[in-house]
Each structure stands twice: as C-alpha cells, then as structure tokens.
Design a protein around this ligand. Structure first.
Ligand code: MN
Ligand code: MN
Length: 479
C-alpha cells in the first residue's frame, strides 16, 4: 500500500491549525475595549479604598459587614426576603451568602479567601524603656522577610480588652496628623559586622524588631523609667488602659500609608495586604450586587491563613459546617447531620488566593511555561504544595474542565500557573481544608509581585479579571 503523499501546508492553513490547537496567552489589554478599560480603572479605585479600610482581619470584617448591610444583607438567623445574609465569628472571620434556586442540601458555591496578612504582633508584655526612649516588643506573624520592616513608617491597629470588660479599639498611624512608629535600623557606616557579613536570615533578628513609640520623660525629679511612665499616662488619659492590659490585647503593627497607583500609566497597584485581600475584595464585588443565583453562593473570609489556618477563626474551624446548617434553616430545609454533610460534599469551591507573578528580575525561580504573567487575567492553580506535590490539594480534572468552560463562555481572561520551579520552594492555601468535606475545590486568584512584602504589587487588569471569574463561577448554571 502506498503512503499518503506529504502535502506542504500553506501559511493560512498553519494559522488555522494554530488557532485550533495551540494555547495562545493574551494579555487583558489586548482583549479589552474602551468600556472595559474604563471599568478596570474604576474598579481599582474601589479596591484601593477597600485595602485602606481593611488593614487587619478585624477591620476587614467591619468593612465587609458595612458594605454588605448597605446592600441589604441581614444577619443569618434573622429574616431576609431577598435571601441575603451575613454571619461573623469572633470579629475576625465573616461570611456572606445569597440563597440560590436549588436547595442548599444539593450543594453550594463557595469562594473562600483570607483576610489576615503577614505583620508584626505585639508581645504580651511589650512596653519598655531604653536610653530614655520607649519601645514595644514584637513577634512576627506569618512569612515575612524581616529586613522589610526596619526603617519604615508603621501604624498600630487592634483592640485592648480590660479586665473591667471594656474593648478599646486602637488605630494610630494612618489618620491625617497621626504620628507613625518605626523599627530602627543600623547605619551602613557601622553595620559591617552586625549585618553585612551575615547571611540574610541572620542579619536581621526578630528580637531587634522593637517599635519606637516615644521619648519624652515625665517632668519630675523622682522616679525611674520616666519616659515609659509618660507613655503609659498618655495611653491611660486617651484610652483608659494600663500596662497589664497589653496582656489581653491584639495589637498589630502594619505599614503606614495607603494603597497607591504604581507607574506613570497607573497600570498597577502597590499596597500592603493584597495577599489575600485582593481575592477578598473580588469575592465581595461578585457577591454584593448578586440577585438570586442558580446555586446558593457563599463568600467565606477567614483569618489565620498566614500561620497555618489553626484556631477557631481559621478555615480549619468547624464554623463552616454550622454556617451551612444555618443556611439550610434560612432556606426552610432541615439541617440534620447527613444533609449538611451531603451539602458540603456536593459543593463547588474556589480557594481564592493570590499566586506569584513572574518577576522579570528573578526569572530563575520561575518555570516560564507554568508561571503567572502580570496582566494576563486571573490565575488558576490546579495544585499547590512543594517538592513532590507535598501537602497539595490537587483539583479534580473534571472540575477544572467544568470551570474552564464556565470562564470561556463568560469571556473571562484567565491563565493557568503554578508557583515557581518545582524544588524552589512552595506554599499552600485553604484549598485542602475545604477539600476534606469532599467538595470540589481549586485555587483561583490574581498574581502579585513582591508578595508578602509591605508593598505588594497587583495588576489592575488582573483584579478586574478576578472579579469576573468569581462572578461567572457563582452565576454558572447548576452542574
Ligand atoms: Mn494567601
Ligand atoms: Mn500569604
């Protein structure tokens, strides 16, 4: 039998074949028309305001609740005609829900983000005086590069709870006219041995990360530590608190200053805490104005992700089971154990978290074919983990395929990427904590540069694409 003669393809045929078979990444800007460009920049303005108002998990909960209440969301447990609810736990985690057309017992659509971010926490007994200056001892929270926190303007947020049952909110460093605080760094003239000759991990020590908060001693002849006492008097006059009250406080040191546009063309946003308040904001945008979706939509905004998701306000908390039970009650369904378990197991989830964008200055840590490109839309990460997929939540192929279809039919700009080269490092998200219920879950969020730094960088187009991706997920017809 004769073999078929090889025919040379024309240029047109090659193009047709390429269009049919090749994956061709496109930046959002290549696809966006004038109207969408305008929307992208308008959304970025709301995003920056959200970041400025939500600098800690407690403030994020307050901001999310305020925006939800303004859109008619009611506390879960009360009556809501429109089926729009919110619920919160311990002031540090919050959920928004919109009841869908299908019974809750048949599953929900969940987008879970985290609202905590790396920072410095105060120790229980933080206050001391040295050289007539007053400092606060800190313990870092989450994965920071310690050197980022020296010699920069800092703000203090949180609460102090007194034994008399008062909770005093503290917010210092961002309001106009506020003082700022700082961790001292050594001058280059004298740091040759203390810092420059050392490994990065040893050059900046946690116990030297003390926050300068004062230096004006009491005007008195008698007494020791008069600068510390003066600061305590100031705190007492203003807030009614004493030194022992720091033991029952949650005070967080975060970068001072607000979210800013980056670049002459203002294409990017620079701000603290975009991991993962970018995803939290996008979830909020998708949910706030949503009418009754096909399937009950839940937005979960959790705490403690950056330190391993342990504790009652984290994604590992059983709160999610109670939430689903309460949602069934709100929908007039009977929330027995089996129904709640089945609802969770038949649910679909997005673990809404950021990924690392390809950094042009450090291309060697990325694997180009599988790296997230800034401005190329929301990033889907099928699995996270490290090394040999250790500790990964690996999404089912069937689920990823369904999601691709949802996005493609809604015209969402998206890309698939993992974080870094295989043995370069790695990390996890809350995906595996949702997967334990049997629900389908995959990581989806925008890419960031300078992640976990005081000035994380996001692309405005990617934030917009993330909102569109979450919205399309919520609004897709029941599977
Ligand atoms: Mn994160
Ligand atoms: Mn993180």
């Amino acid at each position: 039998m004769a073999t078929k003669p090889i025919t040379k393809l024309s240029k047109k045929q090659v193009k047709a074949l390429s269009d049919q078979l090749l994956q061709q990444p496109k930046s959002v800007w290549e696809q966006a028309g004038a109207k969408e460009r305008k929307e992208i920049f308008a959304l970025a303005e709301r995003y920056k305001t959200f970041l400025d108002q939500a600098k800690t998990e407690r403030l994020a909960v307050e901001t999310i609740r305020r925006l939800a209440v303004a859109q008619g969301f009611k506390p879960l447990g009360k009556k809501s005609k429109a089926g729009r609810y919110y619920a919160e736990f311990a002031g540090k985690t919050i959920a928004l829900a919109v009841l869908g057309q299908k019974p809750v017992a048949q599953g929900i659509r969940l987008v879970g983000s985290h609202i905590d971010a790396p920072r410095l926490d105060l120790k229980m007994q933080p206050l001391y005086e040295n050289q007539e200056m007053v400092f606060l001892k800190t313990q870092y929270y989450g994965g920071i590069k310690k050197y980022h926190w020296f010699a920069r303007p800092l703000a203090i947020y949180g609460v102090v709870c007194t034994a008399q049952g008062k909770t005093v909110p503290i917010a210092l460093g961002d309001a106009p006219g506020d003082p700022i605080f700082t961790v001292l760094d050594l001058l280059p003239h004298l740091s040759r041995k203390s810092q420059e000759g050392k490994k990065l991990s040893e050059a900046f020590e946690a116990e030297r990360m003390n926050v300068l908060i004062g230096g004006l001693p009491l005007d008195a002849d008698e007494g020791k530590e008069k600068a510390k006492l003066a600061i305590l008097k100031l705190l007492h006059d203003r807030y009614g608190i004493a030194e022992a009250d720091f033991i029952s406080a949650e005070l967080e040191i975060v970068p001072a200053g607000c979210a800013r546009d980056v670049g002459l063309d203002r294409a990017l946003i620079g701000a603290y805490g975009q991991d993962d308040r970018a995803s939290a904001f996008a979830t909020l945008e998708a949910l706030l104005t949503m009418d009754q979706p096909p399937v009950t939509a839940l937005g979960l905004f959790v705490d403690k992700e950056e330190i391993g998701s342990d504790g009652s306000t984290s994604a590992r908390s059983r709160w999610i089971e109670r939430l689903v039970a309460q949602l069934m009650e709100a929908a007039g369904e009977k929330p027995d154990f089996l129904s709640v378990s089945q609802a969770l197991a038949q649910s679909q989830a997005l673990s809404a978290d950021v990924n690392a964008g390809l950094d042009p200055d450090y291309p060697e840590v990325h694997e180009r074919r599988n790296a997230a490109l800034m401005g190329y839309g929301v990033t889907l990460t099928k699995y996270t983990g490290s090394g040999g997929k250790y500790s990964a939540s690996d999404a089912n192929a069937e689920y990823v395929a369904w999601l691709r279809g949802v996005w493609d039919s809604a015209g969402v700009p998206w890309q698939a990427a993992s974080m870094g080269k295989v043995d370069e490092g790695g990390g996890g998200t809350i995906a595996k904590l949702l997967a334990v219920y049997g629900m389908d879950v995959v990581d989806v969020g925008p890419a960031l540069l300078s992640m976990h730094s005081p000035l994380e960088i996001a692309h405005k187009a990617d934030i917009h694409a993330t909102v569109r991706a979450y919205r399309a997920f919520y609004q897709a017809p029941a599977r």
